[in-house]
Design a protein around this ligand. Structure first.
Ligand SMILES: [Zn+2]
Length: 283
């Protein structure tokens, strides 16, 4: 069902909502940038790209490190609000140290930790054996020696297949920072991650917050919109619904920061369950 929508990008439609698994959606015209329709699920309201690039294109043509420079230029030109947005993000950078702490608290200090979408480095603190999955070939090559020096490795492939290289119950923690908004199959990756976490293990997740105050102020120029590489626009509610339907316990870690453009969340595989069901039912 793939087809060409621009000279270079091979893409496919996404007819089913990842959160509630229903079909039927309405285009949000004010945010849509052709040929990439931003749609809202008619049943649950989850906002996502209704057409997404194929993984092969993410690997090479759309790799974030290439796109970043172009997008920065475009944003500078686009309108006066961009200046306000830049100031907002500068202010948020001041909070980055706090953010880093918030993000790494809860990451296991020993055992094995997986970072999905690790980019060219690692955010896994010293202690555990680090593993990474990275879709960009260039970044995976850069990160690999860093992970290998600590006894782990990095796989260059889509996360949904990369994670299957690991046995069940293998990881103490999984980091998904600035990853899930890029993943066309967030339900599938969260299901596969659930199985590979030890019971009681956690995912530390950071993703743009579609309900952030800044999105209401900036509208279509909100920094969370990136076409076509951000394909999911989670809110606390939709991310919670998705995670809980798989069996995770959901904890929102930065609920107090109203002006944060990102959601920081902990998803826990409950200590006493098997996949999606309490132990008593599974027996
Ligand atoms: Zn839905």
């Amino acid at each position: 069902m793939s087809e060409i929508t621009s000279p270079e990008i091979v893409s496919h439609e996404r007819p089913v909502c990842e959160v509630c698994q229903q079909t039927g959606s309405t285009v949000v015209t004010r945010y849509t940038r052709s040929p990439w329709p931003v749609v809202a699920c008619d049943a649950c309201g989850f906002v996502y790209l209704g057409r997404v690039p194929d993984y092969e294109d993410l690997s090479v043509n759309l790799a974030w490190e290439k796109q970043h420079a172009e997008e920065k230029q475009r944003r500078k030109k686009v309108n006066k609000l961009a200046r306000f947005d830049a100031l907002t993000r500068f202010r948020l950078k001041l909070g980055k140290v706090i953010d880093r702490n918030r993000h790494t608290t809860g990451v296991s200090a020993s055992g094995r930790v997986l970072e999905i979408g690790c980019g060219g480095a690692t955010r896994i603190p010293e202690g555990p054996i680090p593993y990474g999955i990275e879709i960009s070939e260039g970044l995976a090559r850069k990160a690999r020696p860093i992970f290998e020096a600590r006894g782990g490795t990095v796989y260059h492939e889509p996360a949904t297949t990369g994670i299957e290289r690991f046995p069940e119950g293998y990881f103490d923690s999984i980091i998904m920072r600035s990853y899930l908004e890029h993943e066309a199959q967030p339900r599938l990756i969260l299901e596969r991650a659930f199985k590979r976490l030890k019971p009681g293990g956690t995912i530390l997740l950071r993703s743009p917050n579609y309900n952030s105050a800044n999105r209401y102020i900036m509208g279509a120029e909100w920094c969370g919109f990136r076409f076509p590489d951000h394909v999911n626009y989670f809110t606390p509610r939709s991310l919670k619904a998705l995670a809980e339907s798989i069996g995770y316990e959901f904890r929102w870690k930065n609920w107090i920061s109203l002006f944060d453009d990102n959601l920081i969340v902990e998803l826990k595989r409950p200590a006493a369950t098997t996949f999606g069901r309490p132990v008593s039912e599974a027996a």
